[in-house]
Structure formats: structure tokens, C-alpha cells
Design a protein around this ligand. Structure first.
Ligand code: APR
Length: 306
């Protein structure tokens, strides 16, 4: 039997992710939304592409939660997206209520699933899933670090005029304005960017990375980014499905690592079939530690509002 990936929320991120999973041929897909007929329409459109993609997966669109039964992975993209001028944190109350409702359906229909949270504010929403499902923390993770790192990689590559593939980047902390891009761990084929660019240039790329989501929201005028968010979620789905054990930054529940307990925050992890299989603890220097702790504090402030 094929693996099963369910995507809750068939909007821009959800449908784009469904396309990536379908094209990979790795798993059957259930695309759920509360809007009537829309997920069915998107699923049909995607299914009609499968002959052209030479894949044999089945894609089902639905408004009925029972269809997500026994999913191996559930990706949550349900909720409202940002409008110009809104921060991710402005979505808190509305999306928390949606995620609570989704969580009880996960308990009911796929208590063994690995859950990837995309809905913003993503770190806080991962916490809501933990509270709402009671699943083991290693099976719950937030997408965010991969996206922020990919944005940083893009800006570094554009600045140096080199291939995107040859850049690596690491962004820690919350997936918000307090994210912590880490120049020391951001490299071009292993060469730290601190050897390739001056400090001011690096600072400007960090600032652009911090505002990466808002930059796109401003340009789109309606809705927020979805190609890179869906691609980031797909990298996580693939690493779990194929037990690839990729080392990626994503939001994981800290249990003493980095001196923090009980908060989801972006850290490097090993992702495999058991979800977050290990959190990698870096030796941060004093200023990195201070920035990371600031980021944690703003996450805690946010959590105190829900
Ligand atoms: N259950 C399931 N789906 C829901 C629910 C719910 N309770 N409430 C809303 N939705 C659906 C909407 O009907 C919509 O189709 O979630 C979908 C969200 O899609 P978009 O509005 O296109 O938003 P998108 O760009 O996909 O972003 C989704 O991911 O990146 C984050 O900040 C972003 O929180 C947002 C989420």
C-alpha cells in the first residue's frame, strides 16, 4: 500500500504542496478544505495531470475528515494568510482556533501521523497542535526554518552571482521578525560568507531575509508566499516518507536543548520516519545566544496570548 499524505487546507500552499507530492509519485494525497467542492476540483485537476507526469498516485479532494484516516503524514496549511501590513503574529487568534479544531480530527483519524505545521504563526501553531493532540513531540514540527534558510540562500547567491545550489544557510529561532539568521553557518560550498562579503552586506541580506515573507506579501497585495513555503514543506515530507534523515532547520519542541524547555523554536534537526529524530545543539557565541533568547522570549509572549 502507498504512503498517504493528507494536506489540511487546499489554498495556495496546500494545493502547491499537493502538486509537488503528486509529481514525486511518493504518496497518495488527500486534500481537505472546509470550502465545498474546491478541494475536489483541485484534486481532479491534479489527477488529470498524473498521466502527463507519469505517476500513479491517487489524489482525493474532500470536505470530510474521515478521508484522512491512517495518514502517515499530515501537513496543516489551514487558516488565514497575511494581508499587506499584517505580521504573522496578527493571525494568532483566528488560526489557533482553526488549528485546535484540526487537532481533534487528527486524534480521531490518524493518531500515528507525523504532523508538519505550516499555518502561521507557525511556531505557536505547532504548540497548539501539541496541546490539542497530545502526540509525542517528535511527531510535531513546524516548517519555517527551511523557508527562511532558503530565502537567505537565494539572497546570498544573487549577491555573489553564483548558483543557488552552492549556498547553504542556517536560520534559527522563531519564524517571525525575531528569526536569527546565522552568518557563521551560512556558506558557499563550505566557505563561510563572512569570508566572501563585508559585514554591512551580510547585515542587509539578513534584514531582507527577516522581511522575506512581508516583501512577497507587499508585492502580491493579496495572499502570501506559497511556492517556497510549499517547497520547504515538501522537503520535510520527503525526508520523513523516505527516512532520508536530512539535516534541516525546523521548529521542534526544545526539551532542555539550548537551555530552553517546552517551547517550539527553529533549530537544526535530523528528520526521518519518526519525525524529529534528533535536535542538533550548536555552540552559540554570546551574541548568537542573546539573539536566540530574544527570539524565544517573543515566542513565549505570543504563546501567552492564546
Ligand atoms: N479547516 C480546513 N481548512 C480551512 C479552515 C479549516 N477550519 N479554515 C480555513 N481553511 C482553508 C481555507 O478555506 C483556504 O482554502 O485554508 C486555506 C488557506 O489557504 P490560503 O488562504 O490560500 O492561504 P495560504 O497562502 O495557503 O496560507 C496558509 O500557511 O504560510 C501560511 O501564513 C500562511 O497561515 C497561512 C497558511
Amino acid at each position: 500500500m502507498k504512503e498517504k499524505v493528507s494536506i489540511i487546507g487546499a489554498g495556495n500552499v496546500g494545493a502547491t504542496l499537493a502538486q509537488l507530492v503528486a509529481r514525486s509519485g511518493l504518496a497518495d494525497i488527500v486534500l481537505f478544505d472546509v470550502v465545498r467542492d474546491m478541494p475536489q476540483g483541485k484534486a481532479l485537476d491534479l489527477s488529470e495531470s498524473c498521466p502527463l507526469w507519469n505517476v500513479s498516485v491517487r489524489i482525493k479532494g474532500t470536505n470530510d475528515y474521515s478521508d484522512i484516516k491512517d495518514s502517515n503524514i499530515v501537513v496543516i496549511t489551514a487558516g488565514i494568510a497575511r494581508k499587506p501590513g499584517m505580521s504573522r503574529d496578527d493571525l494568532l487568534t483566528t488560526n489557533a482556533a482553526i488549528i485546535r479544531a484540526v487537532s481533534s480530527e487528527l486524534v480521531r483519524y490518524c493518531p500515528d501521523a507525523v504532523v508538519i505545521v505550516v499555518t502561521n504563526p507557525m511556531d505557536a501553531m505547532a504548540q497548539v497542535v501539541l496541546g490539542g493532540t497530545g502526540f509525542e513531540p517528535n511527531r510535531i514540527m513546524g516548517m519555517g526554518g527551511i523557508l527562511d534558510s532558503s530565502r537567505f540562500r537565494t539572497f546570498v547567491a544573487d549577491e555573489l552571482g553564483i548558483s543557488y545550489q552552492d549556498t547553504e544557510a542556517l536560520v534559527l529561532g522563531g519564524h517571525g521578525d525575531q528569526m536569527v539568521p546565522m552568518p557563521r553557518y551560512t556558506t558557499v560550498r563550505g566557505i563561510p560568507i563572512t569570508e566572501l562579503m563585508d559585514r554591512d552586506k551580510i547585515e542587509s541580506l539578513i534584514e531582507r531575509t527577516r522581511n522575506g515573507g512581508a516583501e512577497i506579501v507587499g508585492l502580491l497585495r493579496s495572499g502570501s508566499a506559497y511556492y517556497a513555503p510549499a517547497s520547504s514543506a515538501f522537503q520535510m515530507v520527503k525526508s520523513v516518507l523516505l527516512d532520508e534523515k536530512r539535516v534541516v532547520p525546523c521548529a521542534a519542541l526544545l526539551n532542555g536543548e539550548y537551555g530552553i524547555k517546552g517551547v517550539f523554536a527553529g533549530v537544526p534537526v535530523i528528520l526521518g520516519s519518526n519525525g524529529v529524530e534528533k535536535i542538533i545543539e550548536l555552540q552559540l557565541d554570546d551574541s548568537e545566544k542573546a539573539a536566540f533568547l530574544d527570539s524565544i522570549k517573543s515566542l513565549e509572549r505570543l504563546l501567552s496570548k492564546i
